[in-house]
Each structure stands twice: as structure tokens, then as C-alpha cells.
Write a protein that binds this ligand. Sequence first.
Ligand code: FE2
Length: 327
Amino acid sequence: MITLGIEGTAHTLGVGIVDDNANVLANVLDMYKPASGGLHPREAANHHSNVVSKLIEEAIVNAKVDLKDVDVVAFSKGPGLGPCLRVAATASRSLSLLLNKPIVGVNHCIAHVEIGRATTRCVDPMLLYVSGGNTQVIAFSNKKYRIFGETLDIGIGNMFDKLGRELGLGYYAGPTIEKLAGKGTKLLELPYSVKGMDVSFSGIMTAALNLRKRGHCLEDIAFSVQEICFGMLAEVSERAMAHLNKNEILLGGGVAQNTHLRDMVQKMAEERGARVYVPDKKLCVDNGAMIAWLGSLMYSSGVRMRIEDTAIVQKFRTDDVDVTWRS
Ligand code: FE2
């Protein structure tokens, strides 16, 4: 069975093709980069509609299949930015109707877990999902993927981007902040914002900007922001793992590329006798292959959707999904 998946929750429009053994036959993407300022949902959506046809064609060529070989069309139903989600949904509906093939709308966060499970061979992990739009600790428990901790305001990647923009580091500032942090030496005072099992980042950003106004160097600010934020995430992850008795931790989302975060999570896991898994970069960031793979799992386990069922859900919660493909 060949499944084509279209991802379009935020800045990335991705098209992936997988078979029913989770072999990724194609995985192409195009990321919207704002000319100035932050990510504007409608401009990102315009970008997505400009590139979606080209990317579908590219994926078909890369996968060495014919469009008529596609058995199922999957798309990111949510959570995400409305205008972006609508582009992926509309393209998928058109393709499904054109090919007369079934359509399955999937939860983007669960797609990160499932592509990680399939490609890193972890079995029952706790996912630390760290991206621009999302920061969540997710695990399978009692027939659903449940959120055991999450940000109360903005995603950690969004905080890095906003902070980077204010500090003149350009947009998508995570890699620049990581580089600067590597040269920082002094841990400056920032609010350690863990509230129960949840975290928050906007206060840290404000405090970091105030440190800059007080004359601290970018390197020490970046170093301190990383230490505090990653420490918070490691703490919440560790408590969730202890609570759920999980011994695997999977990283997902764009911020999972950060090597210092990986090191901190690795140390925490080693102390617990747990293992850390990280998918390949192209499967860690937002991508169409993970959407295709979750669509494939759902369809194979009997999930069917009519076109009327494919409305997007901007605040799609992971525990709204019945996990029919896992026992
Ligand atoms: Fe994501």
C-alpha cells in the first residue's frame, strides 16, 4: 500500500510517500521564510499553495511511482495555523477526489511519535516534542496518546525565533542561538518556569531581553536561555517518565536538532537507565513522510473518513484521537 501525505501545519509544506513497512520513498519539503518580521499565517499559506503542486510532482518522481499507484492520501488535519492547514487539506481533498482514493486526516503531533517509533525502532517511548508551534511531553497510556506536560504560552522554538528577532539574529534563530551559547560562560539569572508538569517561555524571553538592555553579551544570554529552558524540559520529561514507568525517550520537532538539548536529555536518560532516540533530521522536522506513515497506520487499522470529515482542527489535541493501530 502506497500512502502520500501532505504536511502543512505551519511554516513547512511537505509531501511524503511511504509504503506499508514505513519505508520512506519520498520526502520533499519547502519552508516558508518571511522576508522580514515573523511568520504571517496567510503569507505562509500563500507560499504553501504556490509550492504544493510542484512538491507532489517531485515526490512522485523521487518515489519512482505513478500518481495512480497512490492508495491513500493523508494530510495534517491539525493542530496548526488555520490558513496553512487549509492549503494542505484542500490539496489532499482534490487529490483524493481526482484519484478516487481514500483520504485520512491525521494529528500532526502523533505523526511525530509514529515516524519516530517506525524509524528508530523504539517501542513505547515518551516523546519530547519541541518545535516552533509546540512544546509537549506525549506518551501512550490507556489507549490514547496523552499530553503529560506542555507549554502554557508559546513553543520553545517560537521563543527562540522571537528572541532572535529582537536581538537582531534573524528569523529561525535557533541554530544561531545554539552557536552563541557554545561561547557563553556565565549563567545569568532567568526565571525557571516549571508549573506542575507544564512550562512557560514568554517570561524567560522578556527577562533575556532585559539582560541585553543591561549590557550582557549575546553569548552569555544565549547560554543562559538554553541552560534554563532545556533544564526545564529535562525535568518535566524525567517526571513524566517516572510517572509512566517509560524507559525510552524520543525527540521530535525542529528544536530536537539542538545538540545541547540532546546532551542534557541523554544525561537525564542515562541516570534513569533509559535510552534516547532521535529520528533523522528530515523526519524530525515537520515533513510529509510522517503524515503519510500515520495515515497508513490509521487506514490499515480501519479508519475511514468522508470528505465531510476532513475539516481542519486548529487546536487538535492528541487525546482526541482513538489509537486504533496500537494495542
Ligand atoms: Fe511538528
